[in-house]
Write a protein that binds this ligand. Structure first.
Ligand code: B16
Ligand code: MG
Length: 216
């Protein structure tokens, strides 16, 4: 039976989750709000507009539509300045080896990201052509925790949802993958991602021997 792997981008393949955090922190400070660890966990995997709504609610601030749009642009500009510093070296530990092993095993690979910048970031780290299918914020109507991102990714690689394994660092992403009926590897710790089926701290830790057994 054919199985596939679907990977989240920010926080799984590269450390761009940290860049998102720095940019949101800068914006939140303008509203006199300091982002906490739990805010940061809650924002991972969440769309740009929903992230801003979350921060404004926490800061107890309301702004008009044009300021809202302007803030989204400014946050993204700050984020892109950080992305601009990236190169092919900027992948998380174990990522290159992980993809080499997938290539040897001819495992179909898809990306399932909530980011509008996904293709740009993949290009920066030289992985744009590693994927057989890419789902990003431009592809779906419903973001994570809705399962659409992962269901669409499974379609692109022509693998049944129940035969896909997802790697995710966000709580909303793990919820999305579980709602899509997929085995989910949490890239992080159980306290932050309680719904995952197993955990690694980075892709290099993943045991491919268990890939054969996870979906029987
Ligand atoms: P952008 P992922 C998500 O990407 C990030 O986790 C989240 O922090 C970010 O707000 C979201 O993309 C939107 O990103 O502003 O670049 O469109 O983790 O699903 O790959
Ligand atoms: Mg992520």
């Amino acid at each position: 039976m054919k199985k596939g792997i679907i990977l989240d981008l920010d926080g799984v393949i590269c450390d761009t989750a940290y860049f998102h955090y720095l940019a949101w922190k800068q914006l939140a400070e303008e509203y006199n709000y300091e982002l906490t660890h739990s805010d940061n966990e809650a924002l991972k995997g969440v769309s740009r507009a929903d992230s801003l709504r979350y921060i404004l609610e926490k800061a107890n601030v309301s702004i008009d539509a044009s300021k809202f749009e302007a803030d989204l642009v400014r946050k993204n500009d700050w984020y892109l300045k950080l992305v601009d510093t990236m190169s092919e070296e900027s992948v998380l530990p174990g990522v290159r080896e992980f993809f080499q092993r997938c290539a040897i095993k001819r495992i179909p690979l898809a990306l399932g990201s909530a980011s509008k910048n996904a293709r740009l970031v993949l290009q920066k780290v030289g992985l744009l052509h590693t994927f057989h299918g890419i789902v990003d914020a431009g592809t779906v109507t419903n973001g994570k925790p809705h399962p659409e991102t992962f269901l669409e990714a499974a379609k692109l690689i022509n693998i049944k949802p129940e035969n896909c394994i997802v790697f995710e660092d966000s709580s909303s992403g793990v919820q999305a993958a579980k709602s899509a009926n997929m085995y989910t590897v949490g890239v992080g710790i159980p306290q932050d991602l309680p719904m995952a089926d197993e955990y690694v701290t980075n892709l290099g830790e993943y045991d491919f021997a268990s890939f054969e057994m996870q979906i029987a």
